[in-house]
Design a protein around this ligand. Structure first.
Ligand SMILES: [Zn+2]
Length: 303
């Protein structure tokens, strides 16, 4: 379905000074929200679906806070230029057809963009990896091009959605490099970003993503490999009201996870063979700050 071409309507925003916490420190990890599917879905065991109405509320919450959602490549470029304070990364995993149908019109209406991580090995197929369903359809080549034409960033989620930490080397190369080549054929531009299926990542997989030429990688949880090629993200779902979003943002700001390897990509540890399991300052610290309701199981592992 073609993207909404209605004029972009951006509500008035509060002055930037209201969100004072985000002005502290420039090396903290960016706040990146992780979505999957957008639609109406009553039976959703993995909690991967947010309704259009809920997404609209979440986007207007960003607007009221003076925050703008952008794709990851734009977010990282802005941060490198010192102008990322009011930006939030918006990501949609798996590349469902409902991204073009429901998410893109809302994103455009409220003045945001996003990255959609697609599966060029399952064009027009479904999410068979989610054993319990619900069955959802994935973007075709045409759908991917429609998302790009609407101003959204296209990233790779691999070819067919498998845990890359469990694959043979040649399969890993196919998934990482092969999906990049395929997306370049489809859109005319090589994707800048890769998103690890299930959020599963280790040093070997990160090295493969680096070697294939991606400038960033999206994970889910923070951990020993946290950096530009293993960016932590926050799950957002149907249950995330304004109050919960506020708490999630506060938690992000208070934890102040750092990205020690962001600037210039020069000091990335992976190529030097940093041992999996080595801890950096971003390591897995216990949650602090205001209480936030526990994430639903489906949101923790980044389907
Ligand atoms: Zn996925």
């Amino acid at each position: 379905m073609p993207a909404d071409t209605a004029p972009v309507r951006v509500p008035a925003r509060r002055p930037a000074a209201r969100d004072t916490l985000s002005r502290r420190g420039g090396r903290t990890a960016p706040w990146v929200l992780m979505y999957h599917s957008v639609g109406e879905c009553a039976d959703d065991p993995y909690l991967i679906t947010v309704s259009p109405d809920r997404l609209e509320r979440q986007l207007t919450w960003l607007n009221r806070r003076g925050l703008t959602g952008v794709g990851m490549a734009e977010l990282l470029r802005a941060r490198a230029e010192g102008r990322g304070n009011r930006l939030v990364g918006l990501t949609f995993d798996d590349g469902y057809t409902d991204f073009v149908e429901h998410a893109v019109p809302l994103l455009r209406r409220y003045g945001h963009t996003a990255t959609v991580f697609v599966l060029p090995g399952r064009l027009g197929g479904g999410n068979e990896w989610d054993e319990l369903g619900p069955r959802k359809t994935l973007l075709t080549e045409e759908g991917i091009r429609a998302a790009a034409a609407a101003g959204m960033e296209i990233g790779s989620h691999g070819l067919v959605h498998q845990d890359l930490t469990e694959t043979a080397d040649e399969v890993l190369t196919d998934e990482v490099r092969g999906s990049r080549d395929r997306l370049q054929e489809i859109t005319g531009a090589a994707p800048e970003g890769f998103c690890y299926p299930y959020g599963k990542v280790d040093a070997r997989v990160v090295n493969a993503v680096l070697a294939a030429g991606y400038t960033y990688g999206c994970a889910v949880a923070a951990g020993p490999l946290t950096g530009t090629h293993a960016l932590p993200r926050a799950y957002v779902g149907e249950r995330d009201t304004d109050a919960r979003l506020h708490l999630k943002r506060l938690r992000h700001l208070l934890l102040r996870r750092t990205l020690p390897y962001e600037a210039g990509h020069a000091a990335l540890p992976y190529a030097r063979g940093a041992a999996p399991g080595a801890r950096d300052r971003a390591g897995t610290r216990p949650a602090e700050g205001p209480p936030v309701p526990p994430e639903p199981r489906g949101g923790q592992d980044g389907r």
